[in-house]
Design a protein around this ligand. Sequence first.
Ligand SMILES: Cc1cc2nc3c(=O)[nH]c(=O)nc-3n(C[C@H](O)[C@H](O)[C@H](O)COP(=O)(O)OP(=O)(O)OC[C@H]3O[C@@H](n4cnc5c(N)ncnc54)[C@H](O)[C@@H]3O)c2cc1C
Length: 399
Amino acid sequence: MVAERLARAGVCVRVFEERLGWEKPCGGGLTPKAMRRYPFLLEAAIGARRIDEAEFIAPRGETVRLRLRRPLAVCSRSVLNRKLLERAQQSGAKVVADRIVRFERSNQGWALTGRERDYTADYLVLAAGARSRMRAALGPDFAPKDFMLTFGYLVPGAEEVLRLKFFEGFEGYAWAFPRADHLSVGICAKVGEERMAELQTRLHEFMERLGYPQRGAEVFAHLLPAPSASAWSSQRIAGKGWALVGDAAGFVDPLTGEGIYYAMRSGELLGECLLEGAPASYPERAWQEFGSELAHGARLANLYYHSDMLGKTLSTRMIQICRRSERFRDLLQDLVDGTQPYSRLVGRLYRELGGALVEVGARSLTRLLSGHGPDQRHRGMGPDAGHRGRGSLGTLAPQ
Ligand SMILES: Cc1cc2nc3c(=O)[nH]c(=O)nc-3n(C[C@H](O)[C@H](O)[C@H](O)COP(=O)(O)OP(=O)(O)OC[C@H]3O[C@@H](n4cnc5c(N)ncnc54)[C@H](O)[C@@H]3O)c2cc1C
């Protein structure tokens, strides 16, 4: 994105990519926010799969299924990566298939050592993802706790519904994102939360329950940045002659793991700052536009995954209340849309909780919260899956 923006304005840009258009481990989920900002993501060439229904599964199997107000889309990362490189190239950037192994300051700017040959540059943008060790050469590196570990499979098959499953006392979730001809099914957890073998067991149980086969599926594992609230204050994303964008800058929603939008937007924003001759304004603009929200999200992630509400995890309570309350489902829709700021989420939660009490009737909510609600365990991928809850919503007249 930054190369495209700069090259279009006539700047001489080279993009180094060691693996051109590869299937980067990723869910490939595109939010309405991303599609609104970048309508080209909806072009047929991207081949993104439109998703109209999402199902949220609580630790003990209760579910709520939403007909999405605005659809999500899921794309293959190899297609998206190729498209982004192509757009940069068409704008005049030179895409070089090389791995940069080292860089250092030189009189002219930067001296880069590639596997294939050496290069020089006036300005350096590090967009090398979460695993890159090169960011440590530019500023304080992230601590292990600032990452999530992910593991998953690309499963052959077709599905309509996007699924997210939460667990008790566990900072992370499992997902199943349907793509054009396969699904990305995986799990993420804060580093240190569990060992890889335990993560795999959780994911395999999730897959077995939903009937997703492991056989014939391609395996992936990767890191996802999830900077803790404290990491945001020590973050340095730009300096003299350099800047970080995307995962390298830690720009990922710590609650949802959404990073594609922030990678694209940070690249675009940096391009604008450079073209205005004001590169030093990039950190502040990134912070104002989305950084402070992501930092809020980091605080909320801790609260969301580790707090109880009347003896049950918050995810369980949210799902239980969403099953019965239109207002709570609206809130969930806004979160999926990306229109509910995290900075105002807690206030809205309290308001909606009050509203939900009126909506479903105090007695029924009290009964629900005291654990006497109907058990709506998930029942697999069949036509009934998750529908019992949806069916019962209409019958919840105030009592
Ligand atoms: C399992 C998983 C699931 C995810 N699901 C979603 C999702 O559904 N939706 C969403 O929005 N986000 C998701 N994310 C996050 C998303 O993948 C990232 O936030 C996004 O890809 C970041 O883009 P980036 O360009 O900063 O980094 P990357 O996509 O990691 O790209 C970095 C690129 O740099 C190249 N590179 C690295 N080092 C060098 C080098 N030394 N020389 C040359 N090239 C180099 C790599 O080959 C790579 O192509 C997920 C992440 C993971 C791990």
